[in-house]
Design a protein around this ligand. Structure first.
Ligand code: HAM
Length: 409
């Protein structure tokens, strides 16, 4: 019986893993250059961590289970709540702000399609301890820099959930959340129906629709002020000042509602311009408050997560290529061949025969795996302290000493 992998999961073969690791390295390098340090939280957590504030969208998709002790647990659908749980438990005395980054798998019970999986990876950062627009500016520009260095073609949209929340402040919390979710899904029809159903005033309805349609450059702040005159736009304006100084290209978009409920301020999303179809959101983030819900002091934080699998799908990176060498040996000289292979491994990828094949088959395998060089270990050459080296691209072969061999690689 052949056992298939579970729906929505993937196997990654070496070529793909090599590409993924190369991309991951670039992301790590950039995040570290901004002072972010890596952390890791458990793959599963108490279910409650994700039901307190992540929102219904996440709860519907959660991989929840009971363990043998009857505890309700869940595979993490994201890492923001776990990171803040960790912060509350382990990091309270540390000097703020804290800069953390993570690269880890997440699990959501979604309908699988291109770019949407049940197990997927996120590369994200959380900047904990500041509510300043400067913190938002750092986080947005870091996300931008990563996507830019990876040469992805993307649109960055920056908004503020405070505006929508301000409009919805007099509604019941659950009603407001549902409205935010419909806005997040861009489900205009559903939103109209729901607004009818809960009977919001036509003024509020008009304000909601005008606000979510506001997408553009800084001028849209003026239009937003007309819709919500009593909102303080100072934070957004300061953020725009810094992003403009950094030459970050973005659009303001006050229709960003985000699928997670914990955001309180600036929110942002990036969409790939090509290669992904419907699931083109490659980054999501914003500022939020969660620490007080997990037993800590109320602490502002801001962060983002990049959809690593979507980025890996569209991003072209140059792979670092080490020379590949196959050490081919005659019967009885395997020990020598293994020893020679070891001396070369600091400089190249070196494989030896483990199938007890004859020389012809060993050479043919070397060609099959696209090796650059074959080092042939034979009795006659060894007696002179030499080996034969065959360039598998040109077919040229010569005898060299072991020292010369090292220089050749
Ligand atoms: P999110 O928007 O739910 O935000 O996820 C971030 C990114 O993960 C998405 O933009 C998308 O690229 C990717 N993603 C989400 N679901 C899937 C899936 N089923 N398959 C493949 N990729 C997926 C968060 O998770 C927040 N924790 C981000 C954050 C960090 N906010 C503040 N700090």
């Amino acid at each position: 019986m052949k056992i298939e992998r579970p729906r929505g999961t993937r196997d990654f073969l070496p070529d793909e893993m090599e590409k993924r690791r190369t991309i991951e390295k670039i992301m790590r390098r950039i995040a570290e250059s901004y002072g972010y340090r890596e952390i890791l939280t458990p793959t599963f957590e108490h279910l409650e961590l994700f039901t307190i504030k992540s929102g219904e969208g996440i709860i519907e998709e959660i991989y929840a289970f009971k363990d043998k002790g009857g505890r309700d647990l869940a595979l993490r659908p994201e890492l923001t709540a776990p990171v803040i749980r960790m912060f509350v438990n382990e990091c309270v005395g540390m000097p703020k702000p804290l800069r953390f980054y993570y690269f880890a798998n997440c699990f959501r019970y979604e309908r699988p399609q291109k770019g949407r999986y049940r197990e997927f990876w996120q590369f994200g950062v959380e900047l904990i301890g500041s509510s300043s627009p400067l913190a938002d500016a750092e986080v947005v520009s870091l996300a931008y820099r990563i996507m830019d260095e990876l040469k992805i073609k993307f649109d960055l949209h920056v908004g503020h959930v405070g505006l929508l929340r301000h409009l919805l402040r007099d509604l019941d919390e659950n009603v407001a959340s549902k409205i935010m979710r419909l806005i997040d899904k861009k489900d205009v029809e559903g939103l109209e129906k729901y607004l009818d159903e809960v009977g919001v005033s036509s003024d509020l309805r008009d304000s909601i629709f005008s606000l979510v349609e506001l997408v553009g450059d800084r001028d849209v702040i003026g239009s937003a002020k007309e819709i919500i005159p009593d909102f303080d736009f100072g934070h957004i304006e300061k953020l725009c000042d810094v992003l403009d100084a950094l030459d970050v290209k973005y659009k303001l978009d006050f229709g960003i509602a985000r699928g997670l409920d914990y955001y309180t301020g600036v929110v942002f999303e990036a969409y790939a311009k090509e290669g992904l179809g419907a699931q083109n959101q490659i980054c999501g983030g914003g500022s939020y408050r969660l620490a007080h819900l997990f037993g800590g002091e109320d602490t502002p934080a801001t962060g983002f997560a990049l959809g690593f699998d979507r980025i890996a799908e569209i991003c072209e990176v140059e792979l670092e290529r080490k020379k590949k060498v196959v050490v081919v040996s005659f019967r009885g000289l395997e020990g020598e061949a293994f020893k020679i292979a070891n001396t070369l491994r600091d400089k190249a990828v070196v494989v030896t025969d483990v199938m007890e094949r004859n020389i012809k088959k060993q050479l043919s395998y070397a060609n099959d795996i696209n090796a650059d060089l074959a080092v042939i270990v034979g009795e006659r050459e060894l007696k002179e302290g030499k080996v034969a080296v065959k360039d598998l691209r040109s077919g040229e072969q010569k005898a060299v000493s072991l020292n010369e061999l090292l220089d050749l690689i």
